[in-house]
Design a binder for this molecule. Structure first.
Ligand code: NDP
Length: 434
């Protein structure tokens, strides 16, 4: 804490991982005495830069840009870019730290990174977003590359922004390598990449439920968020027979006891992805209840999938979900549950998956996009989906291998943290102290 003051999210992520690793390392001396943990809390490189651009009124705007290159131990740096006013060093360091273990869990050769800016895309014109992306790319170009660092999207960065970034980096480098993933399809993007994080989260939750002799069929599900991850989690949960009764954004929650239908989801996607609107508009359009300022967690459900942002589900929310009989919580977002909330779920015997396991489908499919680009091929939708499903199943198996408690129950927190660590640590040991 003294070395990294004022970085609460980073401390939180490190605490959660290290609480799993200390007992494991004590029992596995191979990993002791090599400075592994000391090295893993220090990103390999942090780049912070100024982004100046001109808005539609001709005013000069200045934002701060970041890239945290956390670990290259098992492959090129890899992790998304986030454009949101809450972006700061602490948030991006926590995300880059988590990303390293998550990427290891996918079994694909990708190191860990994260980046972004405090730029707020809300209310900006198309031209402003494009000029901002170009100014961001003008600096980022020095630090990224197909075999060095391959960013992708995250909050506030979707296909549109990745398209602008890709176009500008091509212009500057005169090369068409795979510098970004999450590209629109006609720029070399992969089928299923937009769906991958949401689908993957639901595939993972279905594996957890199956392991406990249950399934999504007939389950009542609450989902937070209404962006990329939430939309496709809603779609896949519905396809598996669940009733999804909520979605949300930072201003409020929509509660629809009758549940989503494909028609309602198409309306939500149009409002969010085409009109850049709010879930309040969606509630009005379909005639559902809108709970201003509320989060979805006090509505009784059997499965909860937090898919919005970090620390959006605290201990009180967890207690409300537990009291209402929740059986499974799988994180679609990164660290949406506070440490206390996660502990409350595990103590109550709720099946609880941390994001680094359950939301790894997005980066896994980014890895598949890199493979397709390198091979100059585009795999069919079904093939990518099948590979995604197998990767999620493999991560679930890894969690069972490292997370089974003496009484036979499973700690997915322990399983994911240790399985991810083992892969990164073995690679670090093999490469010596560098
Ligand atoms: P989007 O920008 O598409 O959507 C984000 C959603 O979260 C929006 O509904 C947004 O509402 C809401 N949100 C953002 N900030 C807050 C806040 N402070 N309080 C409440 N709600 C908030 O992002 P994604 O769907 O891509 O990302 C969602 C989460 O999933 C993030 O944690 C991200 O790191 C994680 N993730 C994403 C992956 C991907 O492939 N996209 C991969 C793995 C993890 P509003 O419009 O009001 O801001």
């Amino acid at each position: 804490a003294a070395r990294n003051p004022l970085q609460p999210e980073f401390h939180q992520a490190v605490t959660e991982v290290f609480e799993s690793l200390w007992p494991f390392i004590a029992n596995n001396q191979k990993y002791a005495g090599q400075g592994l943990l000391e090295r893993l809390v220090e990103p390999e490189r942090i780049i912070i830069f100024r982004i100046s651009w001109v808005d539609d009124k001709g005013q000069v705007q200045v934002n701060r840009g970041f890239r945290i290159q956390h670990s290259m131990a098992i492959g090129p740096y890899k992790g998304g870019l986030r454009f949101h006013p809450s972006v700061n060093l602490s948030v991006l360091k926590f995300l880059a730290f988590e990303q390293t273990f998550k990427n290891a869990l996918t079994t694909l050769p990708m190191g860990g990174a994260k980046g972004g800016s405090d730029f707020d895309p809300k209310g900006k014109s198309q031209g402003e977003v494009m000029r901002f992306c170009q100014a961001f790319a003008a600096e980022l170009v020095r630090h990224v590359g197909a075999d060095t660092d391959v960013p992708a999207g995250d909050i506030g960065v979707g296909g549109r922004e990745i398209g602008f970034l890709t176009g500008y980096i091509k212009k500057l480098t005169n090369r068409a390598d795979c510098v970004f993933t999450g590209k629109p399809l006609h720029l070399g993007g992969s089928l299923i990449r937009p769906e991958a994080t949401g689908y993957g989260t639901v595939y993972f939750a279905e594996e957890m439920l199956n392991e406990a002799k249950k399934s999504f069929q007939g389950m009542k599900v609450s989902i937070s968020g209404s962006g990329n991850v939430a939309q496709y989690a809603i779609e896949k949960a519905m396809a598996l027979g669940a009733d999804v009764v909520t979605c949300s954004d930072s201003a409020g929650t929509v509660y629809d006891p009758e549940g989503f239908t494909p028609e309602k989801l198409a309306i939500l996607m149009d409002i969010k992805n085409v009109q850049y609107g709010r879930v309040k508009d969606y509630a009005e359009k379909i005639g559902a209840e809108y709970l201003e300022g509320a989060r979805p967690w006090h509505i009784p459900v059997e499965v909860a999938l937090p898919c919005a942002t970090q620390n959006e589900l605290d201990e009180n929310d967890a207690k409300a979900l537990i009291a209402n009989g929740v059986v499974c919580v799988a994180e679609g977002a990164n660290m949406p549950s506070t440490i206390e909330a996660a502990k409350a779920f595990e103590a109550a015997g709720v099946l609880f998956a941390p994001g680094k396991a359950s939301n790894a489908g997005g980066v896994a499919t980014s890895g598949l996009e890199m493979s397709q680009n390198a091979a100059r091929l585009a795999w069919p939708r079904q093939e990518v989906d099948q590979r995604l499903f197998q990767i999620m199943r493999g991560i679930h198996q890894a969690c069972l291998e490292y997370g089974r408690r003496e009484d036979g129950s499973i700690s997915y927190i322990q399983g994911a943290n240790v399985a991810g660590f083992v892969k990164v640590a073995d690679a670090m040991i093999a490469q010596g102290v560098v």
